[in-house]
Design a protein around this ligand. Structure first.
Ligand code: AMP
Ligand code: GLY
Length: 443
């Protein structure tokens, strides 16, 4: 089957690898020439992920039968609606359904109007005077978010990035004036305290097939310090849970996703594809931080390599709107993903440095390599301003998976590159478990 994959990141490299395992013939459109995807594709074009016209033309010319869209931006531009108009099946949501990620205002309103579990208190503003008025009566701590897309980098939280109400007001002014996220609107949310985790599901809008949980690490520096990034690495446990998430919380999170999907269907925006739930486990239970209308990056790299079932068949079933007789089986292995990024990534990145990658030694180390945003010139690989590549260690235990990821990193050399070694280390996991116990008042 001829399958188009849109996007040139490490997540899309993972999607492509999984589809190739199912014998798909890959066609790719990517913003940068990802060497991993380029090697596996029959054909690829280089264009912006949001250049819907060019991508649909390419898909029609190549008689593509099915499309999988990696990133959120083209979904927000209605790429699925256009591909479907051209008769191409899509295992991703249309523009109306993608609003669950594209507009945080839509998502919060949906949860409120339908009284969904896992929702949080929030208020949307388009005028700074109203923000000031609201803050003069509000005593708790807040998270401040642009309403639209910011690549995970627009959220600022009191006590972490913002010291006091004055700083909240200044950031709100900036979001409103500069239209950060594409709109002159800002959301103030109650600040959630707990540990975050990711639950990704396959869905046809009603039936849900959950995948193992993952914990991403958004902060740039070790010990979860520094600015938020697109994600510096992630881990998953062999049993599909996390060290601080038990079976009951996993089930509760699946239920929240199911109810959200039913609400989407009820309002005439049925959702198909992979739905990503970002949750915070708080003392009161799981709360929704956000939904994404696609696989997570890095989380896709933890999960897709473990999928034993036929990914292409799952994509086809989602695209056709019925996964009721499908299943997804996973290898019972832990995974630890670590990203290599250019020095200064997320602040003031230094691009253009060569990275030497020994692909064979990485594989021998028990890890997989996923290319992200790199330039390949004369068989050499150079950094850009975005994340460069990721390695993922897989093993029966988290300790062994983490060590495999470290062995893999030792086969990557370059100047001015940065990575977080702490991700998945026993010490770092122990701290998260202890923090969760402390928050829940269990010790
Ligand atoms: P988002 O782009 O909505 O995923 O937010 C990025 C990050 O900001 C999340 O992964 C959280 O770490 C943090 N965050 C977002 N919303 C909240 C909230 N209501 N309370 C505390 N932290 C939050
Ligand atoms: N890992 C965060 C995201 O994919 O948005």
């Amino acid at each position: 089957m001829k399958v188009l994959v849109v996007g040139g990141g490490a997540r899309e490299h993972a999607i492509v690898k999984a589809l190739v395992k199912s014998d798909a013939e890959i066609y790719s459109s990517m913003g940068n020439r990802n060497p991993g995807i380029a090697d596996l594709a029959e054909k690829y074009i280089i264009c912006k992920d949001t250049d819907v016209g060019t991508i649909v033309d390419f898909a029609q010319k190549e008689s593509i039968e099915l499309a999988v869209i990696g990133p959120e931006a083209p979904l927000g531009e209605g790429i699925v609606d256009e591909l479907e108009k051209a008769g191409i099946l899509c295992a991703s949501p249309d523009e109306d359904a993608a609003q669950v990620e594209i507009s945080k205002e839509f998502m919060r309103n949906l949860m409120k109007k339908n009284d969904l579990p896992g929702r949080v208190d929030y208020q949307v503003f388009d005028d700074i005077v109203n923000v000031e008025d609201f803050l003069s009566h509000y005593n708790g701590e807040l998270a401040v978010k642009p309403v639209g897309l910011t690549g995970g980098k627009g959220v600022k939280v009191m006590g972490e990035h913002l010291d006091d109400k004055k700083e909240v007001i200044n950031y709100c002014k900036k979001v409103l004036k500069e239209e950060i996220g594409g709109k002159s609107k800002v959301i103030l949310e109650e600040k959630l305290i707990g540990e975050e985790y990711t639950l990704q599901v396959f869905t046809d809008g009603e039936n849900v097939i959950p995948t193992p949980l993952v914990q991403d690490h958004k902060r740039l520096f070790e010990g979860d310090k520094g600015p938020n990034t697109g994600g510096m690495g992630s881990y998953s446990q062999a049993d599909g849970l996390l060290p601080f998430v038990n079976e009951a919380v996993y089930k509760e999170s699946i239920e929240i996703i199911k109810e959200t999907l039913l609400a989407m269907k009820k309002i005439g925006r049925p959702y198909k594809g992979v739905l990503y739930g970002q949750f915070m486990l708080t003392p009161k239970g799981p709360r929704v931080v956000e939904f994404n209308c696609r696989w997570g990056d890095p989380e896709a790299m933890n999960i897709l390599p473990l999928l034993k079932s036929d990914y292409l068949a799952l994509c086809e079933a989602m695209a056709m709107g019925d996964i009721s007789d499908m299943e997804a089986k996973f290898d019972t292995k832990a995974s630890v993903c670590k990203y290599v990024v250019p020095e200064g990534y997320g602040i003031d990145p230094v691009p253009g440095n060569e990275i030497k990658v020994d692909e064979i030694k990485i594989e021998k180390a028990g890890a997989e390599l996923f290319y992200a945003s790199v330039d390949k010139k004369n068989d050499k690989i150079f950094t850009t301003t975005s994340r460069s590549l990721a390695v993922v260690g897989f093993a029966k235990t988290m300790e062994d998976a983490e060590q495999a990821s470290e062995r893999a990193l030792s086969h990557i050399r370059g100047k001015n590159i940065h990575m977080r070694h702490d991700i998945g280390k026993p010490e770092s996991i122990r701290k998260k478990v202890e923090r969760m116990q402390e928050i829940r008042g269990e010790n």
